[in-house]
Design a protein around this ligand. Structure first.
Ligand code: SAM
Ligand code: SF4
Length: 340
């Protein structure tokens, strides 16, 4: 389905929980006022919205959160989506802590891609940055994923928020003697996994931290690897720009929402865990689909109203975000409430 600016909207990100087993400093450092469970949609309710979205042209779904793997039935949900007519790809983004134990089930459900969020390979800094997370659990999840997904040709990617790690370590009071962001390149060197750097967005606690400039990050990467090559192969749904380093098994991606606005090719809408469908991260505008799902009327009438509401969200998609002018943002909720 096309929006008012001619963009094809075929991608829905669904946050299935606001809960998380980590406390990343830039996301939810002190936990949150958890939304009472009755206000969070059931997996069947998300699936119903996804099915309506599919009738309007949604083809790809990302399951996210909070941490999606802490939601009971997450893998069953992946299966439900995979069984939905016209949905072609279902992927997940996870912090990786619980990945090893859910991997077989995810693969059996038909997952099409796994993104693991990982900002540093230093165990002490990882623990400080995530409020107690175990790096070794994530690395076990990553290795298990690479093994299983390699056999099934399911892409595994690493997402790292572009942080000045030395500065971060100083702020968090931990000892860090690593090289900063280049330490993550080791993953792409050793494994067939893309490593993508994501600029910090001024959402919630993210406003407190400065993103590493991607212009500078790219300059440093090029300095270190002068034979870096642009990689124009298809890597997935997203707006990342990729490069290859000769000899590396994975590519390096840049998702530069702030400095390289990619709104002109935006293809997505976002469903919060409470069933609010948003047109853009930056603005609060959207439609409350939970009220429709739980309101009066038979299933057919509700589906009709859902279709109308989803169309309104797509048609009202703004031309671009306004992160460079935070005073114009109308979204004041934390990432955990919106769904990352
Ligand atoms: N818990 C899962 C995870 O960490 O992958 C899924 C949800 S998390 C909110 C999704 C992604 O958003 C993570 O990669 C996280 O690093 C990123 N994120 C959180 N706050 C952010 C911010 N202010 N700017 C950019 N990325 C952010
Ligand atoms: Fe949890 Fe992901 Fe937020 Fe970290 S970024 S606190 S893992 S939801």
């Amino acid at each position: 389905m096309k929006d008012d600016f001619g963009r094809e909207i075929d991608y829905m990100r669904i946050s299935i929980t606001d809960r998380c087993n980590l406390r990343c400093r830039y996301c939810m450092p002190d936990g949150a006022d958890w939304v009472p469970m009755p206000q969070i949609l059931t997996l069947e309710e998300y699936a119903c919205i996804a099915a309506c979205g599919a009738l309007l042209g949604i083809r790809k779904i990302k399951v996210t959160g909070g941490e999606p793997l802490v939601r009971l039935g997450c893998c069953d949900f992946v299966r439900m989506l995979k069984e939905t007519r016209r949905i072609e790809k279902v992927t997940i983004t996870t912090n990786g802590i619980l990945l090893e134990q859910h991997l077989e089930q995810l693969a059996a459900a038909g997952i099409d891609g796994i993104n693991i969020s990982l900002d540093t390979l230093n165990p002490g800094l990882y623990q400080a940055l995530t409020g107690g997370g175990s790096l070794s659990a994530v690395l076990k999840g990553l290795e298990a994923a690479l093994k299983l997904c390699g056999e099934k040709q399911i892409p595994v990617k690493i997402n790292a928020v572009s942080l000045e790690l030395k500065d971060m370590a100083r702020k968090l009071g931990c000892v860090y003697d690593g090289p900063g962001w280049p330490e993550l390149l080791w993953i792409a060197k050793e494994y067939p996994a893309d490593v993508r750097f994501i600029e910090m967005m001024p959402i919630g606690y993210g406003k407190r931290y400065q993103s590493l400039s991607h212009k500078e990050l790219f300059r440093q990467l090029q300095e270190q690897y002068p034979n870096l090559e642009k990689d124009d192969r298809y890597h997935g749904n997203g707006p990342a720009v990729y490069y290859r380093i000769p000899g590396f098994k994975g590519s390096i991606g840049f998702i530069s929402a702030i400095h390289e606005k990619f709104c002109g090719s935006c293809n997505r809408v976002r469903l919060t865990s409470q069933g609010y469908l948003k047109s853009c991260l930056c603005y609060e505008d959207g439609e409350d689909l939970r009220t429709i799902l739980r309101g009066i009327g038979n299933q057919k009438e509700k589906e009709q109203r859902l279709l109308e509401a989803i169309k309104r969200v797509v048609w009202a998609k703004p031309v671009a975000h306004c992160f460079e002018h935070p005073e114009q943002m109308t979204e004041n909720q934390d990432m955990i409430k919106i769904g990352g």
